[in-house]
Design a protein around this ligand. Structure first.
Ligand code: TRP
Length: 511
């Protein structure tokens, strides 16, 4: 008999509590700005088909699988995978959690900047222009809000905001499900309301509907570009919080008799529904004001959309403040989910107190997040990332998000499909489900998912080789930063996972 949890595990107070928390995790910056940036980059309408295919063939099955794992084993991801494949499985679980932690550190740095921008939105952000001394730029050289952002990026108050965001995250997971539920009951409904207000605003702007047309006009030619597919699969993984170990941790707090498949569908559709309307809001704002966005998430959140809002006929401050509050609510309800997944993994494995786990995470996390605010100017012309901190962020994102999540997906599908046996997990998933999955699901997990994810990964590596490994980041006069960050990322995730998956003496001693 496999070991049973020694302590009573927390349980969500209701199904609604889980749905709010899990959809709060899924709906984040990814839905609001990243989707729009991606869709624009890949030719708007061209993005939809790959995106929907990725959702149905990969997103939904993985969501159900990750929830199923939590229901079956009642543990966070590393311990769940340990029960499937011993130490090797556990290694994969820790690897995924550590990779997600890298993402979380820069995600929380971004939330610190959101606070900085939010304060600006009460006034200075909307002034015409300001000098940016750090970059040697005079007033007028860079329009606001660009100028405001680069002035705010590394100032002492901003560092404080980053630390505060960590504190807030720790506070929200302080008592696990209890405090998380309290937070998401406020955050999640509010962000839907704000998003709906923004979409109405966008649609009623002059020419707003043009943006919608662009968003939905398919462009078949672009689909031959493997980048579009990588973008779509990456987007689905990130947006649904898959490959993070989050859904397994959250589902481990569900009552045993929960309906796995309906939970999975509800969370996925809430997430993609939100993404869909966010896309409409963003495209209407962009095209009404004929702004051509630079396709990056940061640019979209901090320059492009605020410039659009600055040109609203009225209510600039109100809508601006609302936009940044929306980013904050959506972002926090996402980041806490990883803090919880990491904390519960540490607690499950080392039997340490929650307080201790959170102290380790909070201190370590704040320190790493602050690296992304390093002010050193590496690209004074602002062609790429400007500061060292932003370059580190961009490259960490390139590896942890661009590769890490998909690698985790590949490993999960192999562990579940082949080692545990997809049919076994399907039994758990179907046990209390109204919609039961047939044997086709096993084929999907065993063959389709790994092959598709592998193909996307292989295409990305080929692309990497063609472009000299993200070559542009070597143009700033720095040593090949992409390689340096790649090494740090590999050591952190792989080395960390090796250490964490080592047999734990304290626990092994107990029966
Ligand atoms: N799904 C989130 C989004 O779309 C991303 C996310 C979820 C996340 N949990 C996270 C990011 C934890 C960082 C840390 O934005």
């Amino acid at each position: 008999m496999q070991e049973q949890p020694t302590t009573q595990r927390a349980v969500w107070s209701s199904k609604l509590g889980f749905i709010l928390a899990a959809s709060g995790s899924a709906i984040g910056l990814g839905n609001i700005v990243f989707f729009g940036a991606n869709a624009y980059k890949y030719g708007a309408g061209a993005f939809y088909l790959p995106y929907l295919l990725a959702l149905f063939f990969i997103g939904l099955p993985f969501m159900a699988m990750e929830i199923g794992l939590g229901l079956r084993f009642n543990r966070a991801l590393p311990e769940s995978l340990h029960l499937i494949a011993g130490r090797r499985g556990e290694f994969v679980g820790w690897w995924g959690i550590l990779n997600a932690s890298v993402i979380t550190t820069y995600y929380i740095a971004i939330l610190g900047w959101v606070v900085g921008m939010l304060l600006g939105a009460f006034g200075p952000l909307w002034r015409p222009s300001m000098a940016v001394p750090a970059f040697g730029m005079a007033e007028g050289a860079l329009p606001n809000p660009f100028a405001y952002f680069f002035n705010m990026l590394s100032t002492p108050p901003t560092l404080l905001f980053v630390a505060l965001m960590w504190a807030l995250n720790i506070l929200i997971v302080w008592r696990g499900t209890v405090t998380i539920e309290k937070a998401v009951k406020i955050c999640v409904p509010l962000m839907w309301v704000f998003m709906l207000i923004l979409i109405v605003r966008g649609l009623t702007l002059p020419h707003g509907p043009h943006g919608v047309r662009l968003l939905f006009t398919p462009n078949w030619g672009v689909m031959r570009n493997p980048d579009v597919w990588k973008g779509a699969f990456g987007q689905i993984f990130f947006s649904l919080s898959l490959g993070f170990g989050i859904m397994t941790a959250y589902a481990s707090y569900l009552p045993k008799k929960s309906d796995c498949n309906s939970n999975a569908m509800m969370v996925s559709f809430l997430n993609c529904g939100f993404e869909f309307i966010a896309g409409v809001a963003i495209f209407t704002i962009l095209f009404s004001l004929s702004i051509v966005p630079k396709a990056s998430t940061l640019a979209m959140s901090f320059f492009v959309l605020p410039s659009g809002i600055a040109r609203f006929p009225y209510g600039v401050t109100t809508f601006g403040v609302m936009f940044f509050v929306l980013l904050l609510l959506a972002g926090i309800s996402s980041s806490v989910s990883l803090v919880e997944a990491l904390a519960s993994s540490l607690i499950d494995k080392f039997r340490i107190s929650r307080l201790r786990a959170l102290a380790i995470i909070g201190i370590g996390g704040t320190f790493i997040s602050l690296l992304f605010t390093l002010p050193l100017v590496v690209d004074p012309s602002l062609k790429d990332d400007g500061t060292l901190g932003l370059t580190l962020l961009d490259l960490s994102d390139h590896w942890a998000f661009g590769y890490g999540l998909l690698l985790m997906g590949l490993a999960e599908s192999i562990l579940i499909g082949w080692v545990l046996g997809a049919g076994k997990l399907r039994e758990t998933m179907n046990a209390h489900a109204r919609i039961r999955l047939g044997p086709w699901f096993d084929a999907l997990v065993r063959f389709v998912a790994p092959v598709v994810v592998f193909a996307v990964l292989a295409a990305s590596v080929a692309q990497e080789i063609r472009t000299g490994m993200y070559g542009s980041r070597m143009a700033t006069g720095w040593p090949p930063m992409a390689v340096v960050v790649l090494l740090v990322w590999v050591v952190f995730t792989t080395g960390g996972a090796l250490l964490l998956s080592a047999p734990n003496k304290g626990k092994e001693a107990a029966p």
